[in-house]
Design a protein around this ligand. Structure first.
Ligand SMILES: [Zn+2]
Length: 491
């Protein structure tokens, strides 16, 4: 009898533990489901137009398809998709457009592999292939191409933030074609998983969701390869002024191996370019820099010929001749460039009275309490962009900034009580660059441009940012420098 009771008890215990297991399994299942759903909710999708052609070569492992009518089917490892009317034809079978190709692995279109799914749309006898994927994954195929993955992590992070911002701001740019962005530099160059690197992936992960905003809106995060020493005002390049896309003189030389360039242009080549723009001046005899920006960059050019003269923005001239030939608008007609006094540093000019003073800076490091106090004041936005940059560039000035913000004299100044010297040079003594006109004759049939930098010069300069990161600047410092007044936000 006792044996029977014990057996029953053991059975009951086993049932209880089995019920417990079932409950735990169910809880784990629902928890995982919630995690999946929340990840799905957080994912932000982007549609990238890969190609439009009469046929599209697709390949991959375990491919499956779903057509516009909801029909599901398996697909071969390699096939060509054609268009017939508004249907997609695969291996002789016709499917309602769009056909969505998915796989647990990467999918290949032509020579490039992609994460996410491929959407095949048929229209007018052409198939358009669209890669639909999470923005964070899309960025992997952008950064791997757009920036050198060997560079310091802080430049890669800055690039991740601006590429993410740029991508989100471009959403729907190609809506008429059924996608958001293209794969060329019209939007951002995207090369799928062919260009993945551990370092750029890390930069994307460490800045996940971070974008640059200005007054709550996504900022225009243009960037270029090398500004040549100072960024351009967007108004001089594309006509419309933007408060944070202004001339910024970089504090360090870029170190780019292609920092300098020169190109010879024939009079005929320039005449043809002017004619295309309706600015013909007849037989060209002279080209002159009509206006410079605050950093000395050629903003507008005057062309003089047998039939008169005309003025054109340097940016338009660069586009007409070819952006690969005239690499930037930072050029001169002489290899020596203008006299240095002709090209004032806009930042230095503004800061000259302050930086030229021989203030009794206290070079000893801040105490822990002072450091905490200064950080708190920075967080409270008690300092403007230039003051924060000044602190980064000259750490010995941090104590002065701290006590100035607190409204008391620094301990060092109290000790020394030295009268402040007046600035040696005032802004008035620096000539106005707009009055400096440099010209070149085309009597010899050609003109040589001697330039620096590469690209339109607007926004972040990748080589300039690299120089900053190599000297310890953080991604935040870099972004603050190139887009003053903007904020990093998580979206
Ligand atoms: Zn585009």
């Amino acid at each position: 009898m006792r044996t029977v009771i014990l057996a029953r008890r053991r059975l009951r215990r086993r049932r209880i533990s089995w019920n417990c297991c079932k409950k735990i399994a169910l809880a784990v299942f629902f928890f995982s489901l919630c995690l999946c759903l929340s990840a799905e909710a957080q994912a932000r999708w982007i549609r990238v137009g890969l190609m439009t052609a009469p046929s599209a070569p697709i390949s991959g492992r375990s491919l499956s398809g779903r057509d516009g009518g909801g029909r599901r089917f398996s697909l071969p490892a390699s096939f060509s998709a054609h268009a017939r009317g508004s249907n997609v034809v695969i291996q002789g079978k016709s499917y309602a457009s769009p056909v969505i190709v998915s796989s647990p692995h990467q999918i290949r279109c032509g020579k490039v592999s992609y994460e996410g799914e491929l959407v095949l749309r048929a229209r007018g006898g052409q198939v358009t292939v669209i890669n639909r994927l999470d923005v964070e994954k899309y960025l992997r195929g952008v950064l791997g191409y757009e920036i050198n993955p060997q560079w310091a992590m802080e430049v890669l992070k800055a690039q991740a933030v601006i590429s993410r911002t740029y991508a989100l701001a471009q959403m729907g740019r190609h809506e008429a074609s059924g996608y958001d962005v293209c794969t060329t530099d019209h939007c951002q160059v995207y090369r799928g998983t062919n260009v993945l690197h551990a370092s750029t992936d890390r930069a994307i992960a460490q800045t996940r969701g971070q974008v640059l905003t200005y007054r709550g809106d996504l900022a225009h995060t243009f960037f270029c390869s090398d500004s040549g020493g100072a960024t351009a005002d967007v108004g001089d390049v594309w006509g419309k002024r933007v408060p944070y896309l202004v001339v910024r003189k970089e504090p360090f030389p870029s170190g780019s191996p292609k920092a300098r360039w020169e190109v010879s242009l024939s009079a005929g080549e320039i005449q043809n370019a002017l004619a295309k723009k309706g600015k013909s001046v007849g037989a060209l005899s002279q080209i002159a820099i009509e206006r410079r920006d605050a950093a000395g960059r050629a903003a507008a050019l005057r062309f003089t010929g047998s039939a008169g003269s005309s003025v054109l923005s340097s940016a338009a001239f660069r586009t007409l001749i070819g952006a690969k030939k005239v690499r930037s608008t930072f050029f001169e007609f002489s290899p020596d460039g203008p006299r240095t006094t002709d090209v004032p540093d806009p930042v230095q000019r503004r800061e000259a009275p302050r930086t030229a003073r021989k203030i009794a800076f206290d070079p000893t490091p801040l105490t822990t309490a002072e450091d905490a106090q200064l950080k708190a004041l920075i967080e409270q936005k008690k300092f403007n962009v230039d003051e924060r940059l000044d602190m980064i560039l000259y750490p010995e000035r941090r104590r002065n900034y701290l006590y100035k913000a607190l409204g008391v004299e620094t301990p060092a100044m109290e000790r020394k009580r030295e009268p402040l010297e007046q600035p040696a040079e005032t802004a008035k003594s620096i000539p106005n660059p707009a009055r400096t006109a440099v010209s070149a004759s085309l009597a010899g049939g050609s003109v040589t441009l001697y330039g620096r930098g590469w690209g339109h010069g607007v926004g972040l300069s990748q080589w300039g940012a690299k120089a900053m990161a190599d000297r310890g600047w953080s991604a935040e410092n870099i972004l603050e420098f190139y887009y003053p007044g903007t904020t990093i936000q998580k979206r």
